[in-house]
Design a protein around this ligand. Structure first.
Ligand code: NOJ
Ligand code: NOJ
Length: 489
């Protein structure tokens, strides 16, 4: 621990008592360089279908061509010697990945926007088709999790419904809608986006407390932390959106349901364990108890309200993250030697390895999002200028510095200690990303930093689906959370 905190402390001593996090960032080498991130973006975009990037998929008897807007979860399928078919458009994976594209659009230059816009329009058009097909296909309706690349519903036996999908899609569509409204494309937003958003939100409004499979597609239950927290966020943002469009009735309805979901989510707190649990009734089954889906839910379900009970600096949230990280650190052999910043997986007794179902592994996307959590927490604390250490979160902070005690640390009066904590969080984020990067691989064509869905817990080899779209998206969102820190004043 000392090794890590000494350097930033020295920087702060040199810079004086009022140093900001941005000074720290310029002193630290980012885990990915600008050029490396350009490559990562390329990997993400190559999994998104456009009119110039058509996926041709051979399936026993027939050949299928992708429609623009289809997002493959990964290029791996039976044809590539893999045991599963990931050349499928999952509502969840696609929404999360396209949310990143929407972020790049929102923050892009005029030239970048020109290039990115067709991706957004394609996605919207593709989702419009699959919403219609899903509703026609039967009782699962918008909870259908998977689609073929031509937009048809993937009909074989599967874990359905998965009701996080419509919420994540609504969030991405809302994000795009706000960008377009800023550009005065009100008509397009009202005619094209609004009806799609309303379909998803109405579905959630009616179905949020019905049984659904979780994001890992394994456990059917009425209470999933991840599913509910992203549903809540979509209703809250939807409520704002419809208010803006003068539909007060709908805005109120969504808000009301969101408030009920907040109460329902609070029931996932397990006092004796010290963390939020994924389900209430199945805590000993698969990912029903301790699960990185809590981390994912907190990140993807974060609302713009520093007093929200699920804000990333809430003491129960911090405690949950502590237990999630700790739950994995002794689980995988490759974590030996870096228990401070372990690679983390889905849940402890996972057995999905993408192939034989022999043992579970750490995942890149969960590890990236743990890094994102550290950066985002640093950002919130820096903004508030205040750190409350109490009996719920003390374990987390003691990992940063074992001398820390319960109490309040203020940026104004204890800037040295305050800055030290912030810099430790940034270092932790960096080390988590670096650790995942350490196992990345180069391909025969000379391209490097490739990541698969999982990292073998014994050998450190990249395993399961190759070049997972969602995995690259999380790497970019984590690095963007890091970048945002330099803007905190
Ligand atoms: C079983 C896994 O546990 C689940 O998470 C996965 O989505 C499916 N197989 C398909 O890949
Ligand atoms: C397995 C994961 O459990 C699930 O969340 C994901 O949607 C699929 N793989 C596709 O990436």
């Amino acid at each position: 621990m000392l090794r890590i905190t000494v350097i930033p402390l020295a920087i702060f001593l040199m810079c004086g008592a009022n140093a900001h996090a941005n000074i720290l960032l310029t002193e630290l080498n980012p885990p990915y360089t600008k050029n490396e991130l350009i490559t990562i973006k390329k990997y993400l975009f190559s999994n998104i279908s456009t009119k110039n990037n058509i996926f041709i998929k051979k399936n026993r008897s027939k050949t299928m061509y992708s429609l623009p807007g289809a997002v493959i979860a990964s290029p791996s399928n039976f044809d590539t010697g893999f045991s599963m078919d990931y050349q499928i458009h999952w509502t969840r994976d696609a929404a999360i990945s396209m949310n990143e594209v929407a972020y790049l659009y929102a923050h892009g230059t005029i030239e970048e926007k020109l290039k990115l816009k067709p991706y957004l329009i394609n996605y919207i058009n593709f989702e419009k088709i699959i919403q219609k097909n899903a509703i026609q296909a039967g009782s699962t309706a918008l909870g259908e999790p998977k689609y073929n690349l031509d937009g048809s519903v993937w009909l074989d036996k599967w874990a359905r419904p998965q009701n996080d999908g419509p919420a994540l899609r609504a969030l991405t569509l809302l994000f795009i809608a706000h960008s377009f409204l800023k550009e005065h494309q009100d008509n397009y937003v009202k005619m094209s986006l609004m009806p799609m958003i309303k379909l998803d939100l109405d579905y959630i409004n009616t179905n949020w407390n019905k049984a659904t499979y979780d994001l890992w597609e394994e456990l059917n239950d009425r209470e999933h932390f991840f599913t509910k927290i992203v549903q809540r966020k979509s209703l809250l943002e939807g409520s704002q959106f419809f208010k803006q469009l003068n539909n007060k009735k709908l805005a109120d309805q969504y808000k009301q349901t969101a408030n009920i979901i907040t109460k329902s989510l609070e029931r996932h707190w397990n006092e004796g364990r010290g963390y939020y649990v994924e389900t209430i009734k199945h805590q000993h089954l698969k990912g029903g108890g301790m699960d990185s889906s809590i981390l994912l839910g907190l990140i993807y379900g974060e609302v713009n309200d520093l007093n929200d009970p699920f804000a990333l600096d809430n003491d129960k949230v911090i405690s949950s993250i502590y237990f999630i990280r700790d739950g994995f650190k002794h689980l995988y052999k490759i974590n030996i030697g870096h228990a401070r910043h372990p690679l983390i997986g889905r849940y402890p007794n996972d057995i999905y390895d993408g192939n034989l179902f022999t043992y579970g592994n750490p995942w890149n996307l969960t590890t990236h999002l743990l890094a994102q959590y550290y950066y985002s927490l640093a950002n919130i604390l820096e903004t508030k200028g205040l750190i409350h250490i109490n009996q719920n979160n003390i374990y987390f902070f003691k990992k940063l510095d074992h001398r820390l005690k319960e109490g309040v640390i203020r940026k104004t009066s204890q800037s040295r200690l305050f800055n030290k904590i912030i810099s430790s969080l940034v270092r932790l984020g960096d080390e988590s990303l670096e650790m995942a990067k350490r196992y990345s691989v180069c391909y025969k064509d000379g391209t490097c930093n490739h990541l698969s869905e999982q990292v073998d817990r014994k050998s450190g080899r990249q395993v399961s689906a190759k070049d997972l779209t969602w995995g690259y998206a999380t790497l970019l969102t984590a690095m963007q959370a890091r970048d945002r820190l330099s803007n905190v004043k």
